[in-house]
Design a protein around this ligand. Structure first.
Ligand code: PLP
Length: 434
C-alpha cells in the first residue's frame, strides 16, 4: 500500500495549480508563517487566522484503517471536510467517497475518480441530482422512504439501492436518526415497494450517529442489518452489500471510544454475521481529518472586566473571567463546529509577547478568560472558561483537532474571510513536490 501511495502521489504532483505541500513539522509551519508576518504592516491577509493541515496524518489514518479494518472499504464522507488536497490524497490512496449532493459528486468525478467509487448517501435527494447521478453513472445510492423509491424509479431506474435503517444513536453527539433511517417495522413494506417497482436493492446501510461514544453501537447496528438481510429474501432480494456508515472517532480521541475498540467490535461482528461474498463499506468522516488540522488565530482585541467587591472575591477563587479576548475566527467561521458538531474548543498560547509557545508548558500565572469570535453577534463565543496567561492584542492562540466539520460549514458573515489553509506532511511516505 505504501509503495502504491508513493507512486500515485507522484502522479498527483504534476498538477501546477495545487498549493505547495511542505515537509515540515507543524511547529515549524506555524513558526514560519508567524515569522513572515510584520505586525506594523497593513497587510490584512498576513494577519488572518490560518490552518496548518497535516496530510501525513490523513495518510496515517488511512494506513490504520487498512490495518485494523481490512475487510471494510472506506468511502470518505466529504461533507466533513472537502479540502481539495485531502480529497486528492484519499483519491490517490484508492478510497471511495460518500457524497450528499450534485456538487459533491461533481467534485469527486472532477478528480478522475471512477463513479463506482461513489455512494450517493443522502436518503432524500433532489430530482435533478438523481438525474445527474444517472447521467454520470453514479449508481449506488441510499433511501429510507417509499417516496424516494418512486423518484428513483422515474429518474434512475438502474440505481443500486441501499436501504438505510434506523439504529440506536443515543450514544452519539449528532443524532442522525432524528432525520434519517427506516425503522425496522417499515423495512418489509419498503422492500415490497422496491420489488413491485422492479428496483435493484443491493443491501443495507446505517449510521450510528456522528461523534459516537459507544463502540458497542456498531456491533448492535450490524446485527440489526443482518435481520433485514434475512427479511429481504422474502421479497426476492439477495443482498451482497453492507454500508456501516460513519461515526468513527478521530485520532485525538483516546479516552472512552477509540478506533481500536470500534474496529475490534465492528470487524468481528461483521465477520460473524456476513460471509465473504458480502462487500462491506463505511463512510468515515471525522476519523480521517479531525486531528489533521490545527488552527492559528490572532488575538485582535481584549477587554478587561471590572469586578465589584463580591465578584473580586469570586475572582480570587478563579470563578469569574477576568478578561475577554476577541480572536479573528469564530462561531460563524471555523468554530461553527461548536454549534453544529457540539465540539469543545480549547485555546492554547501560540505566540505571546513575541515568544513562540507552541506545545510548551507556560509557567506564567493563568486566570479564567472568555474567548470570542470577531463578528458583532454575541452568540459568537468560543469558550467562556479558558485558562490563559495574560494575552495582548497581536498575540496568537492555536486550537488543535480542527479538521472535522469546521471550515466546511464556515460562512463569511460580517465580511470575515474563511481561514486560509497551509499544507504540510509529517509523514515521510507522503512527499509532494510541485
Ligand atoms: N455518512 C453520512 C450519511 C453522514 O450524514 C455523515 C455525517 O453526518 C457521515 C457519513 C460521517 O460521519 P462521521 O464524520 O461521524 O464519520
Amino acid at each position: 500500500l505504501k509503495m502504491r501511495a508513493k507512486a500515485q502521489m507522484a502522479g498527483l504532483q504534476s498538477s501546477k495549480s495545487l498549493p505547495q505541500v511542505h515537509t515540515l513539522p507543524i511547529a515549524d509551519m506555524l513558526a514560519a508563517r508567524l515569522a513572515s508576518f510584520d505586525p506594523e504592516s497593513e497587510d490584512a491577509e498576513a494577519e488572518n487566522a490560518f490552518y496548518v493541515a497535516d496530510l501525513g496524518e490523513v495518510y496515517r489514518q488511512h494506513l490504520r484503517w487498512k490495518t485494523l479494518l481490512p475487510r471494510i472499504e472506506p468511502f470518505f464522507a466529504m461533507k466533513c471536510n472537502p479540502d481539495p488536497m485531502v480529497m486528492r490524497l484519499l483519491a490517490s490512496l484508492g478510497a471511495g467517497f460518500d457524497c450528499a449532493s450534485k456538487n459533491e459528486i461533481q467534485s469527486v468525478l472532477d478528480l478522475g475518480v471512477d463513479p463506482s467509487r461513489i455512494i450517493y448517501a443522502n436518503p432524500c435527494k433532489q430530482n435533478s441530482f438523481v438525474k445527474y447521478a444517472y447521467n454520470n453513472n453514479v449508481r449506488m445510492m441510499t433511501f429510507d422512504n417509499a417516496e424516494e423509491l418512486y423518484k428513483i424509479k422515474r429518474f434512475h431506474p438502474e440505481a443500486q439501492l441501499v436501504l438505510r435503517i434506523l439504529t440506536d444513536d443515543s450514544k452519539s453527539l449528532c443524532k442522525l436518526g432524528l432525520k434519517f433511517g427506516a425503522p425496522l417495522d417499515t423495512t418489509a413494506s419498503l422492500l415490497a415497494t422496491a420489488q413491485g417497482l422492479g428496483l435493484d436493492v443491493i443491501g443495507i446501510s446505517f449510521h450510528v450517529g456522528s461523534g459516537c461514544f459507544d463502540a458497542n453501537a456498531f456491533g448492535e447496528a450490524v446485527i440489526r442489518a443482518r435481520r433485514v438481510f434475512d427479511q429481504a429474501k422474502d421479497y426476492g432480494f439477495d443482498f451482497k452489500f453492507l454500508d456501516v456508515g460513519g461515526g468513527f472517532p478521530s485520532a485525538h480521541v483516546t479516552e472512552g471510544i477509540t478506533f481500536e475498540k470500534v474496529a475490534s467490535i465492528l470487524g468481528s461482528t461483521v465477520d460473524a454475521h456476513f460471509g465473504p461474498e458480502v462487500r462491506v463499506i463505511a463512510e468515515p468522516g471525522r476519523y480521517y481529518v479531525g486531528s489533521a488540522f490545527t488552527l492559528a488565530t490572532q488575538v485582535i482585541a481584549r477587554r478587561t472586566i471590572q469586578h465589584d467587591a463580591d465578584q473580586a472575591l469570586d475572582n480570587a477563587r478563579n470563578e469569574n473571567p477576568s478578561h475577554m479576548y476577541y480572536i479573528n475566527d469564530g462561531m460563524y467561521g471555523s468554530f461553527n463546529c461548536i454549534m453544529f458538531d457540539h465540539q469543545v474548543c480549547e485555546p492554547h498560547v501560540l505566540l505571546r509577547d513575541g515568544e513562540f509557545a507552541y506545545q510548551q508548558e507556560l509557567m506564567d500565572r493563568r486566570s479564567l478568560a472568555s474567548v470570542w469570535g470577531p463578528t458583532c453577534d454575541s452568540i459568537d463565543c468560543i469558550t467562556s472558561k479558558a485558562s490563559l496567561p495574560l494575552m495582548e492584542s497581536g498575540d496568537w492562540l492555536y486550537f488543535e483537532n480542527m479538521g472535522a466539520y469546521t471550515i466546511t460549514a464556515a460562512s463569511q458573515f460580517n465580511g470575515f474571510k474563511k481561514s486560509e489553509i497551509l499544507y504540510t506532511t509529517t509523514e515521510q511516505e507522503v512527499t509532494f513536490h510541485f
